[in-house]
Ligand binder design. Sequence first.
Ligand code: GLV
Ligand code: MN
Ligand code: MN
Ligand code: MN
Length: 411
Amino acid sequence: MPHASINAERLLARIHELGAIGRDDRGQLTRLAASDSEKLGRDLLVHWLKAVGLDVAVDRIGNIFGIWQSEENAEQLPLMLGSHVDTVINAGIYDGCYGVLAGLEVIETLKEQGVTPARPIVVAAFTNEEGVRYAPEMLGSLVHVGGLDIEAALATVGTDGTTLGSELTRIGYAGTVEPCALTPHAYVELHIEQGPVLEREATTIGAVENLQGISWQRVTIEGVANHAGTTPMAMRSDAGLAAARVGLFLRDHIARSNAPSVATIGTMRFEPDAINVIPSRAVFTVDLRDPDEERLQALENALDAQLRVIMAEEGVTVTVERLARFEPVTFDRAIVEMIEVSASARGFKSRRMTSGAGHDAQMIARIAPAAMIFVPSRDGISHNPREHTDPADLVAGANVLLDVVSRIAGG
Ligand code: GLV
Ligand code: MN
Ligand code: MN
Ligand code: MN
């Protein structure tokens, strides 16, 4: 039986049009959550949702929902698709947007075919998935599942001193719908892999069965500012050196433990930040991940112990603030199997895999059966303007999504 397929040109054109929004003078794409540039991306998405005839709802944390329902299916829980349209700094065009726009494309395709689904289908764009401006990441979907109080979420202070609530109001996306109003029957998120596995194995579709745990912390080390030329090495309280030791420790510890854990120090700031002054303060973030909860806890404990050693040996004080902590998630087996069956029916090679990145699906999995579909990322690169996926793979993933949606929502 021939398969109906999504409109490839339309999907690819929308991905590129949204990807052109939020470019700075140097052409770099940055749409941080609730910023002016993200507002423009949101506006374009809402324009498309309305053009396709969907009802648009925005909740109090700024999550955008495009809802397709009819009188016959309005009583049923919706099938939800989606991802996010915020980006990291100097981002690629596919992370997040692909899942949202493919969700929209699937709905538009089904509408064009005259399908009346057995349940509503909703495409969601969740606020602040990336967590670059406001921590924790996946904040909008976390609020959606009741994992974070709405008032606390709105009061979150960003890296630029703004609060998320005031910024959402400023850009016109502090909606009125109470979070959690839309409990899905199931959730499926299509995303680029952002890693090298599918490409290396010449496999088109990843059926994502689990997602690793994430631990985010901000570490502040206080030393003593002093003259870089006159202070003997043994007489320093060097916050910068102490911070550097943390990064080296994490790399060596993981190598010794032979675990799949990963650790990243993605931001670091020194004070006073001068070439000839010993740093009095270092503030940096630590991102730890592992698919196994016990191993992730062991890594957190090893870091704590090492910070105490560094404090004693370097004559500095250390304080740690927890920014995010999410346990590993197992996705719904039935949906994972549907993804495999759908891929194989279209002749695509698939494999099961673990997501190394955090995604809104891991939050929604708390309240509904959820799973993810991955497509290959060239050279495994993401969070980088070189992020790229072959258009044929983008289309393949969207068609698998279409088939999974048809299986779940029927018609
Ligand atoms: C976001 O993409 C993350 O995995 O941190
Ligand atoms: Mn993403
Ligand atoms: Mn991302
Ligand atoms: Mn992510």
